[in-house]
Write a protein that binds this ligand. Structure first.
Ligand SMILES: NC(=O)c1ccc[n+]([C@@H]2O[C@H](COP(=O)([O-])OP(=O)(O)OC[C@H]3O[C@@H](n4cnc5c(N)ncnc54)[C@H](O)[C@@H]3O)[C@@H](O)[C@H]2O)c1
Length: 311
């Protein structure tokens, strides 16, 4: 029997993530949709709609009571403000960090063994804030960003090379989930081969970096796209697949980075982050990753408890 709680479930990302998660649950399992009291009525409607859409035997509960986190195996955190036109994810820092801090404390209180997937932006920093406030082991907390950015990169690569998406392999985006993200070019394979035209690879990477901003500038923000990316991580934990997924994890020296949450290739399984995998990338890509780490560290300076000695 599994229990998944989605916090922020009345929102666009949370409700779509919950809809995807419902499809993975069976009789005896439980899906808890959680949000603030003001959103509770709408949330009750969403619970009915998700049950109809997934036609699942799992129990689906709508609540504003944090005690309902108790016993959760997986908690998906999508609570908080999305960015508006012209805003960066980093501008959301102060408002969302106070929301995430409270949520982290409650998960630590009611479900201290839960595996937590943080989605709220600025995601790498929110994963750090949640980890600190939950007071848990580092492997229990991960952030979703790289999974979505890598899916986008793969799509743009297929467009650039005029091939099917399934013909693209090794589309990996690491580093910050923000303007400092690092699309890895050296691992890309098109129809099993290293591409000759690296300019097209670079161009696809550039498009992946601005994909979120493009939507924000239209006055929109992503919520269909994140849902399957979140669910790939939920499924890896539920089924203990140990799939390697670019995920925000607490680095402890891998790729020369430590003390912050940053997107790295991570084996995801029943224990959350089972291992950070140091895939082969070029020295230039390693340097970009270190610069990306610096951008996260700079952005998290206003956050209490950041380790100034981490490198
Ligand atoms: N990591 C990613 O790839 C990614 C992608 C898209 C969006 N996001 C981020 O996800 C977050 C949610 O985006 P959205 O479009 O769903 O926003 P939204 O405004 O539609 O939903 C946010 C929800 O959070 C709820 N909420 C606020 N404070 C809460 C609290 N203390 N407890 C419980 N619920 C609370 C709100 O009531 C609302 O229902 C944003 O921060 C956004 O930037 C991240």
């Amino acid at each position: 029997m599994s229990k998944i709680t989605v916090i922020g479930a009345a929102g666009r990302v949370g409700s779509n993530a919950a809809r995807e998660a419902a499809g993975c649950l069976k009789h005896g399992d439980e899906l808890v949709l959680m949000d603030i009291p003001l959103a509770l009525n709408g949330l009750r409607g969403i619970a009915i709609d998700i049950k109809d859409a997934a036609l699942t035997d799992a129990m689906i509960v709508a609540t504003d009571d944090r005690k309902e986190i108790a016993g959760a195996d997986i908690v998906v955190v999508t609570a908080g403000k999305p960015r508006g036109p012209g805003m960066t994810r980093e501008q959301l820092l102060l408002e969302n960090s106070s929301i995430i801090k409270g949520i982290g404390q409650d998960i630590g209180k009611y479900a201290p063994c839960a595996k937590v997937i943080v989605v709220s932006n600025p995601m790498d920093i929110m994963a750090y804030v949640l980890y600190k406030s939950m007071g848990c082991r580092p492997n229990q907390v991960t952030g979703m960003g790289g999974a979505l950015d890598s899916r986008r990169y793969r799509k743009f690569l297929a467009q650039e090379f005029g091939c099917k998406i399934k013909d693209v392999e090794g589309a990996v985006v690491l580093g910050a989930h923000g303007e400092g993200m690092v699309p890895i070019t050296s691992t890309v394979r098109i129809k099993g081969k290293k591409p000759n035209d690296m300019e097209k690879v670079e161009e696809a990477g550039k498009q992946a970096v601005v994909a979120g901003k493009t939507m924000a500038d239209f006055g929109a923000s992503a919520y269909f796209g994140p849902a399957p990316a979140i669910n790939s991580m939920v499924k890896a934990i539920l089924a203990d697949t140990k799939e390697v997924i670019p995920s925000s994890v607490l680095a402890s020296g891998e790729f020369g980075i430590k003390g912050i949450f940053i997107g790295l290739p991570a084996k995801i399984g029943k224990n959350g982050v089972e291992e950070i995998v140091e895939i082969g990338i070029t020295p230039a890509e390693k340097e970009k990753l270190k610069d990306s780490a610096k951008s996260i560290r700079r952005a998290m300076e206003p956050i209490e408890g950041a380790d100034p000695n981490a490198n």
